[in-house]
Design a protein around this ligand. Structure first.
Ligand code: JF5
Length: 232
């Protein structure tokens, strides 16, 4: 799989892509993930990627031409182009699973007040939001999606089973986890986890996941499984 993050902050993305599990996955060759500097396709002495909004108002809007020219050069017949913005469809684990099946992803990252609407209307396949808040830098959102997608790819995590059977792939929040020591100050590890009774442990974990989900995320319970449908 190949992932390209098209951004005016490539060094910022490279720092994340080069670190920890993502850095190791990249070196192992199971995935190619790179930041691509949008300014390569910006014209003029100042390599401008933004301009004042038509109709007036504060801030700057990202221009269409550099994004168009970058995509014209980077896209192949199998590319899916994703734009990160607060106006996008909500990003979920289902979205991550679907994107993990793609051969080539390009993330277009917005900044400033926004991106010329013709980019979303004509140049991208889908617009995704990572949540109901506003960032200064869409690359931050693209990195969140990249991380969630990459960890699903075979060979990225140590043990294959760790990507499944955890929070959200089950449709519920995860159960609590504990490790040594058995007692810290006066805080004990739940006795059942020390019992060696694997049936009892599985039942306790399922009950804890259910209890936590009912308490914190009742919206996740008793709803039909979402059939995520991307636009074309
Ligand atoms: C961005 C215009 C993009 O703020 C975000 C974002 C929030 N949730 N998901 C993405 O992206 C940066 C800001 C303004 C376009």
């Amino acid at each position: 799989m190949k992932i390209q993050i098209l951004t005016i902050f490539p060094e910022f993305c490279e720092a994340v892509l080069g670190s920890s599990i993502l850095g190791r996955a990249r070196k192992s060759g199971v995935v190619q993930a790179d930041a691509v500097d949008l300014r390569q396709w910006a014209s003029g002495k100042h390599r401008t990627t933004d301009d004042a909004p038509y109709g007036g108002g504060p801030g700057m809007v990202m221009k269409i031409e550099p994004i168009h020219n970058a995509l014209a050069e980077l896209k192949t017949s199998t590319t899916r182009v994703v734009m990160m913005s607060p106006q996008g469809r909500p990003f979920t684990q289902k979205t991550a699973e679907r994107l993990a099946g793609e051969e080539h992803l390009i993330f277009v990252c917005g900044h400033y007040e926004g991106v010329d609407q013709r980019v979303a209307d004509h140049l991208v396949d889908e617009e995704i939001s990572i949540g109901d808040y506003v960032l200064t830098n869409g690359a931050l959102a693209a990195l969140v999606v990249t991380d969630a997608v990459m960890r699903l790819l075979p060979g990225v995590l140590g043990h294959e089973e760790s990507a499944l059977g955890e929070s959200f792939s089950t449709g519920k929040l995860d159960h609590p986890h504990y490790t040594r020591p058995e007692v810290f100050q006066d805080w004990r590890v739940p006795e059942v986890l020390l019992s060696g009774d694997h049936g009892a442990i599985a039942r306790w974990r399922a009950a804890e996941a259910e209890r936590l989900t009912r308490e914190r995320r009742p919206d996740l319970l008793d709803v039909p499984p979402s059939t995520e449908k991307p636009p074309v």
